[in-house]
Design a protein around this ligand. Structure first.
Ligand code: C5P
Length: 402
């Protein structure tokens, strides 16, 4: 997939620049052409000679280099690529990209390009979580900049947290997915997928509701990962703080019944992933605002439709692969197996949501994939990585069975 792809690699000034030589090697092994721009900061960590030797091309550094400008020109440099990859992307270069600054060759190329851009952020955890960087990240995403990583772990500054640049295989996988999708050649191209995500809200009366702690992070990540493999994805989501994923049709709902209706309308689909935390009951007679009085009101519940079980029902229109999630606080795998049988779905992704597991609202998840063939326990991964693995597994299944 990377054969003959032209990658303009911008190396900014972060310690993760030391991973760049390996990145270039791996890209070239896969047949990609790599041309580098090295910022002044980047040159503190890796030399232009190293980058030139490994890329087999000149390493560009200076915006005002007369010879380079006459031979190549920064505009041509930015356009003669299939993608621009910024790795590592520092907080500084992200801020400059947002502001549209062009005070060196790297930022000028980024501003002058008409090509897709991918960034691999790398910085100290406080810099990453700073509202300025997070807001810059959101702006870049709205401009269709692809983002790979960062991940959590030990940082070079001695602190621990989110901010480590994605590892080389992760960057290569992200580039591969990008080109596959761009070429309409993803393994799921031509398949429709339906994903549910987030909580549902069940009104008690016109001003109050019952909700749950689902953040929608895992479900949204699954929708993104399936779309990246080329699927045409509809995401039916309860209220969350997550942005609508790129390239996904999103239907926003509040209650379980609305979610059921939206899902039924989104069918047929080859693949269904139910990651929403759907309320089991709705409150009866939620018409008027309950008044405070002598008597404490008693709520009466009615059972909500089980979306997963409904969509899994055998019949002519049944999706080829239906995946449910099982959030459990005890007997995780046993309960997930029972759920799989009871709801008639094909796979269950079981995750531990007991206090302290960090699954609810957190960025990581420890899951077990329960299928007809048995149970596979995955290591603790970021929700995005869980989603990518699941999407890869779905693609493999679809290719074999659908
Ligand atoms: O029964 P439980 O809620 O634990 O099952 C979880 C799985 O069932 C999840 O995949 C969830 O999305 C799905 N579900 C559903 N509709 C419901 C309840 C759960 O789709 N009413």
């Amino acid at each position: 997939m990377l054969e003959n792809r032209r990658i303009l690699l911008i190396v900014a000034g972060g310690i993760a620049a030391v991973k760049v030589p390996d990145l270039i090697r791996r890209l070239r092994e896969r047949g990609a052409h790599v041309r580098c721009i090295l910022t002044n900061g980047g040159a503190q960590f890796v030399t232009p000679l190293t980058l030139a030797a490994l890329s087999g091309d000149k390493c560009y550094q200076d915006l005002f280099d007369l010879k380079d400008e006459s031979e190549m020109g920064h505009i041509r440099l930015s356009r003669e690529a299939d993608i621009i990859l910024v790795a590592p992307a520092t907080a500084d270069i992200m801020a400059k990209m947002v502001a549209g600054m062009a005070d060196d060759l790297a930022t000028t190329a980024l501003l002058a390009t008409d090509k897709p851009v991918m960034i691999a952020p790398s910085m100290n955890v406080m810099m990453w979580t700073h509202p300025a960087t997070q807001s810059n990240l959101q702006i870049l995403k709205t401009r269709e900049v692809k983002v790979v990583g960062p991940s959590a772990g030990d940082l070079a500054c001695g602190e621990v947290g989110n901010g480590r640049m994605a590892e080389v295989p992760e960057i290569i996988a992200a580039l591969t997915r990008f080109f596959q999708k761009n070429d309409g050649r993803g393994p799921l191209t031509g398949y429709k997928a339906l994903v549910t995500s987030g909580p549902t809200l069940e009104p008690i009366d016109p001003v109050r509701y019952i909700a749950n702690r689902s953040s929608g992070k895992q479900g949204h990540a699954v929708a993104t990962a399936l779309a990246e493999l080329g699927a045409s994805v509809t995401l039916v989501s309860g209220p969350t703080h997550e942005a609508d994923p790129d390239g996904v049709a999103v239907i926003h709902v509040e209650t379980a019944r609305q979610m059921m209706k939206a899902c039924s309308e989104a069918l047929p689909a080859a693949i269904v992933v139910c990651a929403a935390a759907v309320a089991d009951w709705s409150v009866e007679g939620a018409g008027q605002k309950l008044k405070k009085g002598d008597k404490t009101p008693a709520l009466k519940f009615t059972e909500n439709p089980d979306i997963l079980a409904t969509l899994s029902q055998p019949g002519p229109g049944r999706p080829g692969l239906v995946v449910g999630f099982a959030a459990e606080t005890e007997n995780l795998i046993e309960n997930a197996k029972l759920k799989r049988a009871k709801k008639n779905c094909d796979w269950v992704v079981a995750n531990d949501v007991s206090t302290g597991s960090g699954a609810f609202g957190g960025d990581s998840n420890t899951v077990h994939l329960v299928t007809a063939d048995g149970v596979e326990s995955w290591p603790t991964l970021r929700k995005r990585a869980v989603a990518e693995r699941l999407a890869e597994r779905i693609a493999a299944y679809v290719q074999r069975h659908l």
